[in-house]
Ligand binder design. Sequence first.
Ligand code: ADE
Ligand code: ZN
Length: 336
Amino acid sequence: MTDLTAFIAGLPKAELHMHIEGSLEPELMFALAQRNNVAIPFASVEEVRAAYSFSNLQDFLDIYYQGANVLLKEEDFRDLAIAYFDRVAADGVVHAEIFFDPQTHTDRGIHFDVVMRGLLAGMADAEARHGITSKLILCFLRHLDEDAAFATLEQAKPWLDRIEAVGLDSSELGHPPSKFERVFAAAAALGLKRVAHAGEEGPAEYVHEALDLLHIDRLDHGNRSLDDSALVRRLAEERMTLTVCPLSNLKLCVVGDMKEHPVDRMLAEGLRVTLNSDDPAYFGGYINDNFRAAAEGRGLTREQIVELAENSFKGSFLSDAEIDAHLTKVREYAAN
Ligand code: ADE
Ligand code: ZN
């Protein structure tokens, strides 16, 4: 292990951009396919991994939604969450705010409550066994219509005390944030925080819409904001947190090479950048792999790496007292 790898490994951190369906490793996909008697179009784990070559977001989404077909029962969602938390416990993750896509499951006839109960069981297990705290972010699929998002929000109502925020994901181009202005307003009225994927493949204009129409508390990806210098200044002034995902950016061709990743440019612009894995089972790495890839690709300093970890707590939906306690631990670690 290099010094930097060891330093990243022990650094306490939060993960703020991770789709739980995107943490489904091929091995678990096969095990669940067998357990649930679901056919999958792959003969082996190696064949699944070989299929994970994408030239854009849609390429990935097609295979990601197909993978989710093996998730049927409460225990499947629980086991999926347990596998993620067990894996990131080794990466120094002490808090995670995880996305889930209920429509991917309810559209297959699985009840919203089955998904919730399973994920909550996995989260309770993570807290009991690893001391990892977590929160849930319900994402609306933006390729579906507003009515479908409203129906999903309705299904979430009995669970509002267990859902922290709503988010917006799936195919970005052609599905601007404005399409979901009313459903985000309804979510806000219910006391939910708001995040949205914007500026991953879509233009800086979508980031403006996410800020002005969805009133987001956090920006997921946001890479294309860099095309608009006034927007960058605004994001910096508003202390907006960006959940950046380096290996995802590489695998989905948002950047051509990790040597060209804008993480340090974003930091230099005063943006509150965090590093995250997005869909770790599909993009070749968990959160520390993302820290390492960005650090090596861009020659990040220890100070920059510590800043990224601090930002992960500052940008979280934890209380101020919880954030302060985590920041103290990061600084103690960095000082030793
Ligand atoms: N769903 C899962 N991962 C996603 C991503 N990177 N962008 C949009 N939707 C997603
Ligand atoms: Zn994402």
